[in-house]
Design a binder for this molecule. Structure first.
Ligand SMILES: Cc1cc2nc3c(=O)[nH]c(=O)nc-3n(C[C@H](O)[C@H](O)[C@H](O)COP(=O)(O)OP(=O)(O)OC[C@H]3O[C@@H](n4cnc5c(N)ncnc54)[C@H](O)[C@@H]3O)c2cc1C
Length: 478
């Protein structure tokens, strides 16, 4: 029988365990809300309306967790926008093609250390404690549903179907953020929680990009796998996403899938497992440039390994073949197929998929277009020893301690210091941070501290006046 219980004054049906859990999480939050005092006053924008204190671009797991962290610091004059439709933020229900998350089930993150907001609590409420105990890895669908539940439970204000196409200065310490529909919002600070390609683009060799669309795709594109039935597919790259796409083609009945690994050996070691300890996650960003570069160029130079299940999902098909030491050096259309050049000789395929990751190129992002040429990169700030050089990684932005962009040349577009970057591009400066589950517990609070530090410092004169005017007696002399 259904019974009604009250949590924090909300009446809930006992047989709606997720609503019950949401009530418990909100109750927890109200108990740990100290210090509760509001401390921000909205600035007035050029349109005469109150400007936002923070606008977050990207409503994936990072954007939601950052908003949640800010709200816990009583920064609630905020807005999260995402160009995706509600529930479709991030890769989980679109181009992520693994069956389950690759990270272990106990990696917490979006909950910001609140057990009743964690994935385990959600899973137990949804499926029961025994199901959690038996669970090996979290499915993509469950992770997406969990993120939506977190967002609703903590009340993060998200506007979907809203793409940011321009960020500029509005003067007076405000940024002007323009959306694709032409409307503008003003904000003191902008956080870019824009995911893997948030500071550049998905990359493929230019000679593949030059092929007609019907012959090629990037692993992050929407791909009609059913159309690959009976066809010959070639995949470039040996990271997890390349294998996931190969598996999708095999499962769709491709006649042959050949995965080309550019290196002489497939990367089977996962450096992200090594670095998942509190000391590294918390403090690699505190190291000097020499050590930050040394650690992160080593990790990112290795590239991410793939889990056993990802490999097995391909290897169980007779139609699968792995070629190592086989970069593509050219490609041309011959009839209704493509001939790919490799050091091992030519290879003919009907469709090409590039699992070749991202390239830093700020000019590819409309929201960074105004400042692309003036964002300091590692190449501008640090010259590594010859054996540690890496031109690809040198193009990553060199971020300040609060994740903000640093102008390459002072006095040109200094307003960029109010734009904080929390996507894959923050990885060279902070280690795993933006676009990562395992670093959320440490990286999101660091970003939130950085943003609140800037908001507080920007209001310091108002706070000083407020203290001087403060005359509330705490005791009455009787
Ligand atoms: C295929 C794939 C699988 C992964 N699997 C795992 C895994 O198993 N375990 C793990 O720990 N990590 C995994 N990751 C890494 C990481 O956890 C994910 O990339 C995760 O989605 C990062 O979250 P995010 O919120 O930082 O970015 P996203 O989830 O990518 O969210 C960014 C959001 O920004 C929005 N956006 C971008 N630009 C704009 C704009 N101009 N205007 C408005 N909105 C914009 C996008 O629509 C998107 O919703 C995976 C990554 C990929 C790509």
């Amino acid at each position: 029988m259904r019974s009604r219980i009250s949590i924090s004054g909300e009446w809930l049906l006992r047989d709606d365990p997720l609503a019950e859990l949401a009530g418990r999480a909100r109750d927890d939050l109200s108990r740990i809300a100290h210090p509760r005092l509001p401390w921000l006053e909205p600035r007035i924008g050029p349109d005469g309306e109150p400007a936002l204190d923070v606008l977050i671009v990207g409503g994936g797991q990072s954007g939601v967790a950052i908003a949640f962290g800010l709200m816990r610091a009583q920064v609630d004059n905020i807005l999260v926008v995402d160009r995706a439709a509600r529930g479709r933020e991030g890769p989980w229900l679109s181009y992520a093609r693994m069956l389950t998350l690759r990270s272990p089930k106990d990696y917490t993150g979006p909950d910001l250390d609140l057990p009743n907001l964690g994935y385990q609590a959600w899973h137990e409420a949804r499926y029961g404690a025994a199901a959690w105990a038996a669970l090996e890895l979290i499915t993509r669908e469950d992770w997406a549903a969990y993120l939506a539940w977190v967002r609703d439970t903590v009340g993060v204000p998200v506007r979907n179907d809203t793409e940011v196409v321009d960020i500029g200065s509005a003067g007076g310490g405000l940024l002007a953020v323009r959306f694709a529909d032409g409307s503008v919002r003003y904000a003191r600070k902008v956080v870019l929680a824009t995911g893997q390609d948030g500071a550049g683009m998905w990359w493929m060799p230019p000679f593949v990009a030059a092929l007609p669309l019907r012959f090629r795709a990037h692993a992050a594109d929407m791909i009609d796998f059913a159309a690959l039935r009976g066809r010959r597919v070639a995949v470039l790259g040996a990271g997890a996403s390349a294998f996931d796409n190969a598996a999708m083609a095999l499962e769709a009945g491709a006649a042959e899938v050949v995965l080309f690994c550019r290196r002489a050996e497939v990367q089977v070691v996962q450096p992200y497992r090594w670095l998942t300890f509190a000391g590294f996650l918390r403090h690699v960003s505190d190291l000097d440039d020499v050590w930050r570069w040394r650690f992160m160029s080593h990790v990112l130079g290795m590239r991410e390994g793939f889990p056993q299940a990802t490999f097995d999902r391909c290897a169980c098909h007779a139609a699968f073949r792995l070629c190592v030491g086989a970069p593509w050096t050219g490609a041309r259309v011959i009839g209704e197929a493509v001939e790919i050049e490799t050091p091992l000789g030519p290879h003919t395929a009907d469709f090409l998929i590039c699992g070749t990751g991202v390239e830093m190129d700020f000019s590819q992002r409309p929201e960074l277009a105004r400042i692309a040429g003036n964002i300091a990169r590692w190449a501008d700030r640090y010259d590594p020893p010859a054996e540690e050089r890496d031109d690809r990684l040198a193009r990553y932005p060199y971020l300040a301690a609060d994740f903000s962009l640093v102008p390459r040349y002072a006095g040109v577009t200094d307003w960029m210091v109010d734009i904080h970057m929390f996507n894959i591009a923050s990885t060279m400066s902070f280690g795993p941070s933006g676009s990562s589950i395992n670093a959320m517990t440490t990286a999101v609070p660091k970003l939130v501290f950085g943003v609140t530090r800037g908001l507080f410092a920007g209001d310091v004169e108002r706070h000083w006046r407020s203290l001087q005017a403060y005359d509330v007696p705490q005791a009455v002399l009787r």
